[in-house]
Design a protein around this ligand. Structure first.
Ligand code: ITT
Length: 200
């Protein structure tokens, strides 16, 4: 099945394309749709995933997939959460990923509690009234310094104790095997391989 990805994040797209290798994942080019950037005004990851999926479906009228994800840190009462990509932004100026990581490490400097999780809500909208939605997590801890060069976003500060590595120190395959996005995509792939994936 061809699924249009309602995202501007090419890192997510690379991960998703490997995870849903039985499907074709496409991000619409500017020639196909103009300026796709729906306001993420939801209060939850799932709300925002639906907002992105419905906005793109409304334009293309073809099956779409959306991912809303982020980092929830227990010592910060779940922040940055749904605001993960905008963490530390001022007057519309967003920070780079390494600046966001530095800000997070600073916010946690005097906090002994380091537990955190990545969350990923994923929605496939097959037609206006048919969808599949899942939400998954990856548990870990926030390190005291960034480590590793792989992945994206908060991966260099997100440590997996049982592996002894940050997510940025994993290969793409290793990350996909355990990640919030990997787990969510596998649930969706399983559902799409049933009757759900057929036309009504
Ligand atoms: P789209 O909305 O266009 O999909 P985005 O990057 O703005 O792209 P989100 O609103 O879902 O996506 O924000 C997700 C942010 O959470 C992302 O920018 C990263 O900072 C962080 N994040 C999500 N998944 C991550 C992962 O696997 N590794 C590291 N950081 C991640």
């Amino acid at each position: 099945m061809t699924l249009w990805f309602a995202s501007g994040n090419t890192h997510k797209k690379t991960e998703l394309a490997a995870l849903l290798s039985g499907h074709t994942i496409k991000i619409p080019s500017e020639g196909e749709i103009l300026d796709f950037n729906p306001p993420e005004t939801g209060k939850t990851f799932l709300d925002n995933a639906f907002i992105k999926a419905q906005a793109l479906y409304h334009i293309l009228k073809e099956p779409v997939i959306a991912d809303d994800s982020g980092l929830c840190v227990d010592a910060l009462e779940g922040r940055p959460g749904i605001y993960s990509s905008r963490y530390g932004a001022r007057a519309g100026n967003t920070l780079s990923a390494s600046e966001r990581n530095a800000l997070l490490l600073q916010a946690l400097a005097d906090k002994p509690q380091r537990s955190a999780r990545f969350v990923c809500a994923m929605v496939v909208l097959l037609s206006r009234d048919r969808f599949v939605a899942v939400q998954e997590t990856l548990e870990g801890e926030i390190l005291r310094e960034a480590r590793g060069r792989g992945g994206f976003g908060y991966d260099p500060v997100f440590y997996i104790p049982r592996l002894g590595r940050t997510v940025a120190e994993l290969t793409e395959e290793e990350k996909n095997r355990i990640s919030h996005r990997g787990k969510a995509a596998r649930h969706l792939a399983a559902l799409l391989s049933t009757d759900m994936g057929n036309s009504p």
